[in-house]
Design a protein around this ligand. Structure first.
Ligand code: V0V
Ligand code: CO
Length: 152
């Protein structure tokens, strides 16, 4: 029988939902919606030029591993970026889900061995100096999936 107070780490090393990424046209308007509708506050905001986003992290809850779960609001900074392409095709909405791991490279290698395309040969810099990598949505049931090793 499993003990619910000590959840086992699955073989992938993924232990929590880190964030849900939401594409929006206007970051400040989107932040305002989440503040006035739910009372969620921005914990961190930054521009990530490599990913072509201006983004805000809204903390929702803490997690068993000392991390937390967030909404990540994403506004594109340039027209050729993944989020700009997504908005042009789909309009605003859920862009990706991100799972937390203590070792993003090991998790990505293990998941890659299952036949899922890992989009980054080496983990890249994510929000608040986290390390991130993405899995191809076509190999993940239509869901762009990110793996995150947070810097906390
Ligand atoms: C594209 N597709 C998606 C999708 N984006 N499906 C589900 N969710 C998404 N977000 C589908 C699209 O509808 C096409 O399907 C197909 O994939 C190819 O899309 P494309 O845009 O025409 O082509 P690509 O290959 O140029 O770009 C798709 C990928 C790209 C997923 C490879 O967006 C990418 O590399 N994304 C990873 C980086 C990223 O998204 N960064 C922004 C978040 P059909 O039409 O062929 O059926 S940055 C972030 O989260 C940070 C910094 C953080 O958390 O710290
Ligand atoms: Co993300």
């Amino acid at each position: 029988m499993s003990d619910s107070s000590t959840p086992a780490t699955p073989f992938s090393g993924l232990t929590r939902l880190d964030h849900v990424g939401i594409a929006c046209h206007d970051l400040d308007a989107s932040i305002m919606f989440y503040r006035k509708t739910y009372g969620f506050a921005v914990e961190h905001e930054e521009v990530n030029e490599e990913q072509g986003v201006r983004e805000a992290m809204l903390r929702i809850n803490g997690t068993d591993d000392g991390g937390a779960t967030y909404l990540q609001l994403l506004e594109p900074t340039r027209e050729d970026s993944p989020v700009a392409k997504f908005l042009a095709r789909n309009g605003e909405g859920v862009h990706h889900v991100a799972f937390g791991t203590a070792d993003v490279a090991a998790s990505a290698a293990g998941i890659g061995d299952k036949g899922v395309r890992v989009l980054d040969a080496e983990p890249r810099r994510g929000t608040a100096d986290s390390l991130i990598t993405f899995l191809h949505p076509k190999d993940c049931g239509g869901v762009l999936t990110e793996l995150v090793q947070s810097n906390h």
